[in-house]
Design a binder for this molecule. Sequence first.
Ligand SMILES: Cc1cc2nc3c(=O)[nH]c(=O)nc-3n(C[C@H](O)[C@H](O)[C@H](O)COP(=O)(O)OP(=O)(O)OC[C@H]3O[C@@H](n4cnc5c(N)ncnc54)[C@H](O)[C@@H]3O)c2cc1C
Length: 384
Amino acid sequence: MTAANTAELVHRAQGLARGVLAQHAEKVDAEALWPAESLRAIADAGLLGLHVPERLGGHAQGLGALLRITEELALGCSSTAMCYGMHCVASAVIVARATPYQEQRYLAPIAQGRHFTTLSLSEPGTGVHFYLPRVTFRATGRGFVLKGEKSFITNGGYADSYVVSAVADGDDLDPGTFSCLLVDAETTGLEWGPPWSGFGMRGNASRGLRLNLSSVPSVNLLGSEGDQVWYVFEVIAPYFLAAMTGVYLGVAQGALELATAHLKSRIHDHTGQRLSHHAVLVEQIADMWRKIERTRQLAHHAARLGDEGAPNAGPALFAAKIDVAETAVEVTTAAMSLMGGRGFQQGGTLARLLRDAQAAHVMAPTTHLLKTWLGRSALGEPLL
Ligand SMILES: Cc1cc2nc3c(=O)[nH]c(=O)nc-3n(C[C@H](O)[C@H](O)[C@H](O)COP(=O)(O)OP(=O)(O)OC[C@H]3O[C@@H](n4cnc5c(N)ncnc54)[C@H](O)[C@@H]3O)c2cc1C
């Protein structure tokens, strides 16, 4: 696969969103299906290796490309965009400090569209505090044995590998003592929880996983033991925030497009006028547009700072995800009122977007957590 520039990759994402993603989106939502066809098409279009270095066949792209591509994909199917985003975050984590073995075993196949990975940090016990794993790993002669429980793993049961956080058995569980390990899908002792049936983002397969003394080889350790706070703030948080911000920008933009199409096409018998003639409704469209564009500009600015390695990238990315969660929820709600009983009654695309938008606040780092981090950044205090 030859490396492509951002514009070309975004163009491919637009084509996929309008085609295969849009075609499957309602069924994926209605039946809570993992979007296999859409993700296959994304892989075939060469988008899996977005963050993989060019020398391994990838596109060596950063946060800006991830933000733009996930926004475009979400216009077709937000669940698919989320599944793809989690693959990208996990692949960026692998890229960050990959060994030559990990490059050949994981990154080259990812670039070839043959390997799909995902991130498994959250746990039932520590909830939104995704940087505090309780899953343990114990060194054996040839590798590590993992034990414990993970929750809400997007792509759970469908990915080829999982970037799993765990803490060394016996550690005092301080932040920073944990490590990430690559767990292959065929690893023994993986026990998946029930199928995912979310209120929104229903095509995510965000499932729980029990690791019953699962063995992974020592070559599957990412980075060095205990350097994970570096991963959390240098890789996981920026890439995750860029991906999530892109997805929910797409959700909000999709709702705005549905609302404008409705106002332009709905004509009352007694006036013969389109709804778009009413100033009060036009103003509401203006407010929705303003919110989306303001969030988009903040997001692009934040991603640019992140790609440049600027010291103030973190707070800007935190702010962008806080903003996009508010924008997605407000814009989808406003769109529902603009589309009247018809939008409400018909369900379909807008109802899906309205439900999908709700996940923006609760996916870690949640809005609560990000406000704490942003406030502490502004005060010059440690984030954790
Ligand atoms: C659709 C979806 C997909 C997901 N995909 C993934 C994935 O791929 N990988 C992964 O690792 N995780 C994933 N998650 C998990 C997600 O990131 C959160 O970890 C999870 O939603 C936490 O749920 P909880 O019920 O345990 O929340 P709780 O921890 O019980 O929190 C409940 C509420 O309290 C707030 N809260 C809790 N503690 C504090 C505090 N100290 N200060 C302020 N507010 C606080 C939270 O912000 C939240 O609003 C996903 C979740 C969803 C919904």
